[in-house]
Design a protein around this ligand. Structure first.
Ligand code: 5RP
Length: 237
């Protein structure tokens, strides 16, 4: 019997073991699974004297890079990445993702889009046939604060479902992202053509980014309940 943390650890470590090479610029995602990936990365850098540079996708990622003694950089000096590794809240059969439970999806998407390869590390609970099968907290959407009410109205009118402003824990008021914006969580009521939905949402004035990552991930390292790690590649079209 493996704890969920042990399973996340196995997935994070396996991905870094297999995917990271010397002389790479790496995108470092956010969440709890990525913590284990960074620990493994720090071990490999020390043991193998790897020459790598790390680009964070959040305040958390930046702290993890620094605390693990890894070289920190940014897109200003390293706009082209070899590989980005990140977690996900849900992965569908085509490797489309919902991300943003931690509110970091905007920087995560920017970093992933500028990487030659985008790899996900996740525990088995994230593995779904369709988005929404297991993830019930909705699709996170980062919005400019003054626009959150009109964006919420537009989303409801266009697609139905329930749209909630994400509220902070141990602070009165809304969650404020690393970019100074708010997060709406859209609890959708049906499976859709997510590529088109994503484009439509991005056209609403005030929307900064969505947590829909469509056709981006190349492969996912899933930690399984029995302690094994399986790798799923995106089906070729
Ligand atoms: C943060 C994210 C995370 O990558 C996602 O929530 C997965 O986190 P965890 O590894 O803790 O399950 O998208 O915005």
């Amino acid at each position: 019997m493996h704890s969920i943390d042990e399973i996340k650890r196995l997935a994070g470590r396996a991905a870094v073991e297999k995917e990271v090479k010397n002389n790479q610029v790496l995108g470092i995602g956010s969440g709890s699974t990525i913590v284990y990936a960074i620990q493994k990365l720090a071990e490999r850098v020390k043991e193998e004297k790897l020459n790598i540079v790390c680009i964070p996708t959040s305040f958390q990622g930046r702290q993890l890079i620094l605390h693990n003694g890894l070289p920190l950089s940014g897109l200003g000096t390293h706009p082209e990445l070899d590989l980005a590794i990140d977690g996900a809240d849900e992965v569908d059969a085509n490797l489309n993702l919902i991300k943003g439970s931690g509110g970091c999806m905007t920087q995560e998407k920017i970093v992933a889009c500028n990487a030659k390869r985008f790899i996900i590390v996740a525990d088995y609970s994230k593995d779904s046939k369709n988005l929404g099968d297991s993830w019930q907290k909705g699709i996170p959407i980062e919005v400019i604060p003054m626009a959150y009410v009109p964006v919420r109205r537009s989303l409801s009118q266009m697609f139905g479902g329930v749209v909630e402003l994400r509220m902070a824990y141990r602070k009165t008021g809304p969650v404020v992202t690393d970019n100074g914006n708010y997060v709406l969580d859209w609890k959708f009521d049906q499976v859709r053509e997510w590529k088109e939905v994503n484009t439509a949402i991005k056209m609403i004035p005030g929307v900064v980014e969505t947590g829909l990552f469509i056709n981006m991930a190349e492969r996912v390292y899933f930690g399984r309940e029995d302690g094994s790690v399986t790798v799923r590649k995106r089906p070729s079209k």
